[in-house]
Every structure is written in structure tokens, then in C-alpha cells.
Design a protein around this ligand. Structure first.
Ligand code: SF4
Length: 246
């Protein structure tokens, strides 16, 4: 049983030609709709294409598109063991509405084993290590079977995400990453959710603008930053999945 944090793993490096082709694809898709981007990705990469979702509004929106365009895409959630009950119930609501079963991918150790190995929970005293072991390690395990992964991040979510390309090379995990909603706004997302009746996490109606794990998420005040409720009171703003190591 290893609890060693932040272990670096050698990942595939693309050639300069591949990087140039990726850059061109991304530029071409700048004016495409998310559905067109998704259809392009399916045509080019399915079945070596997957999607991770934390069941945020953007993820639920992409799942609704996947259900129409290619429901056989493997979709999964990083189930840290610390998620809200409402989040896990949303998984069931999506399965019921769209017939899409989002797989729950769990760390090797249960929460009880993990906390026993660390003399208690570490989300307060070392959230980076907790996220690394409960999320990043699991994501790496899943992604090794795919060439491309999709995320639901948007450029306007925070400064870390402002330069997100539609298609880019993920240096951290060593594969292609597609973000069909990169140039959508929060308003675009919610207007589609409302008009199509797409299921979303009821915690959003209770002041939780961005929902992560229960111990690290709080409701925010009107006007606060979209991700202010995540790791509130600390400098941490990302769980490490969408941050590129240099
Ligand atoms: S969000 Fe909190 S509980 Fe969840 S993995 Fe990260 S530190 Fe641990």
C-alpha cells in the first residue's frame, strides 16, 4: 500500500508535427458548436475517446450531447469517496433520463483505509496530496487505455483555464484533451440546461456554484467567484486534473 504523493510518471510526448496538427485542429474548431466538436472527436477518435465528469452543469450538458451523438463513449466519474449524496444521485438521474451509465472509478483504498493509513483525513492539512491520491492517480489509471479525453472546462471559469484550447496536448497525462465547451460562457451553459431540462445538481440552487467533494466545498455569496467555494480559505483552486505540470 503506497501513500507516497506526487510521484512523477513518464508520459508520451508528441512530435512537433503532431503538435502542429493539433494546433491547426483546435483553431479550425474555434467557430464550431460543442455538438460539432463532439461529432468531430467521435469521427476521428472513437472508441479511444473518453470523458471524465464531476457532474457539474457543463459535464451534464456534454453528457446530454453524448447521449445523442455517440452513447457508447466511455464516461466516468472520479469517485473519491467524499462526494455529496446529491452528486451521486445525479448520476442515477442522468442514467434514467439518457440511458448513460457513468462509471464510478474509485481509488485503490477506501476512505476508511486511506484515513487509517494517514492517521485521519488529510483534506484539511494536505488537500493537494488528498486530491492527488483520490483523483489524479485514479485518472491516470483510467486514461492509460485511451488516446483522447474530454473535459467540460470553460475558459471563463478562472485564470488557470483562460487559455484552454478546444484541442490540446495534455502534458500531464500524455494524451490529447478536447474541451468542447472551452469558449462557452456560464450563461450559455445554463440557458441550454434550462431550455432542454437537463438534470443538474440541486446543490447549485442552494448557493454551491461549483461542487466538488463534501469536505472541501461550501456555498458562496451572490457575486462571488464561480469557484470561490472550492477549498475556501486556502490558496488552492484546482484539484490538479486540469493543471499542466511543467
Ligand atoms: S476535493 Fe478535498 S476531499 Fe476531495 S480529493 Fe481533494 S482534498 Fe480530498
Amino acid at each position: 500500500m503506497s501513500t507516497a504523493p506526487f510521484k512523477r510518471v513518464a508520459v508520451r510526448q508528441p512530435s512537433p508535427e503532431e503538435l502542429e496538427a493539433i494546433r491547426r485542429d483546435s483553431l479550425t474548431l474555434e467557430a464550431a458548436t460543442p455538438e460539432e466538436i463532439l461529432a468531430w472527436a467521435v469521427e476521428k477518435y472513437f472508441p479511444k475517446l473518453t470523458m471524465a465528469t464531476a457532474f457539474g452543469p457543463e459535464g451534464c450538458l456534454i453528457l446530454s450531447m453524448i447521449a445523442k451523438i455517440e452513447p457508447r463513449i466511455y464516461v466516468f466519474n472520479l469517485d473519491t469517496g467524499y462526494q455529496f449524496r446529491e452528486t451521486l444521485e445525479l448520476r442515477d438521474r442522468i442514467a434514467e433520463k439518457y440511458g448513460l451509465e457513468v462509471d464510478l472509478q474509485r481509488p485503490e483504498l477506501s476512505v476508511a483505509q486511506f484515513e487509517a493509513a494517514n492517521s485521519g483525513p488529510i483534506y484539511e492539512r494536505d488537500p493537494d496530496r488528498c486530491c492527488f491520491q483520490r483523483r489524479v492517480v485514479v485518472l491516470r489509471r483510467v486514461l492509460k487505455d485511451f488516446d483522447v479525453w474530454m473535459s467540460a472546462i470553460r475558459r471563463d471559469q478562472n485564470s488557470n483555464r483562460a487559455d484552454t484550447p478546444i484541442v490540446g496536448w495534455d502534458k500531464k497525462f500524455g494524451l490529447l484533451k478536447i474541451s468542447p465547451l472551452a469558449n462557452w460562457t456560464k450563461k450559455d451553459v445554463w440557458s441550454r440546461i434550462t431550455s432542454e431540462g437537463i438534470p443538474y445538481n440541486p446543490l447549485h440552487d442552494r448557493g454551491y456554484l461549483s461542487v466538488g467533494c463534501r469536505p472541501c466545498t461550501v456555498a458562496v455569496m451572490a457575486g462571488e467567484d464561480e469557484r470561490a467555494g472550492r477549498w475556501s480559505g486556502t490558496a488552492k483552486t484546482e484539484c490538479g486534473l486540469h493543471v499542466q505540470d511543467d
